[in-house]
Write a protein that binds this ligand. Structure first.
Ligand code: C2G
Length: 129
């Protein structure tokens, strides 16, 4: 059983998120998602439209996702890798290199982002209407 781990806010869920989750899940047999809490997002300078509970409910409905854990600090990743017996850590390549410290504990894969879509762009499109 190869277990995969990724993190994110997944606000205003869109096809870029889905394609990331789909590709991450395809690298193993089980996908754990570290979902950023509202408090952690404030620290990232982000305020999500949907609350943690709403984003949790939406992610839970995606067949690629097997388990969701809260992401509430920058230091938890190694504990999460160990605690969930993770074989592969995955992030979009906007994070290229940022998590290479995990390479001594698991494989690390940065996947190409899906072009032309982002939560920020969705907010812009709505504001323009
Ligand atoms: N993503 C993507 N293509 C897009 C948009 C996002 O592949 N067009 C990927 C991102 O690279 C990330 C995941 O989808 O791997 C979730 O994106 P966000 O919710 O924006 O996550 P982020 O705010 O980058 O939080 O500790 C890591 C952070 O929690 C990641």
């Amino acid at each position: 059983m190869k277990r995969v781990l990724t993190y994110g806010t997944f606000d205003l869920l869109h096809v870029g998120h889905i394609r990331l989750l789909e590709r991450a899940r395809a690298l193993g047999d089980y996908l754990v998602v570290g979902l950023s809490t509202d408090e952690f997002n404030l620290g990232k300078g982000k305020k999500s439209v949907f609350s943690y509970a709403e984003r949790f409910a939406i992610l839970s409905a995606i067949r690629h996702v097997d388990k969701i854990i809260p992401e509430d600090n920058w230091e938890q990743k190694l504990d999460d890798v160990r605690g969930n017996e993770i074989g592969v850590f995955v992030m979009g390549d906007d994070w290229q290199g940022k998590f290479d410290f995990l390479k001594s504990h698991c494989e690390v894969a940065y996947l190409p982002r899906t072009a032309g879509i982002s939560t920020t762009y969705i907010k812009y499109l709505i504001a323009e209407q």
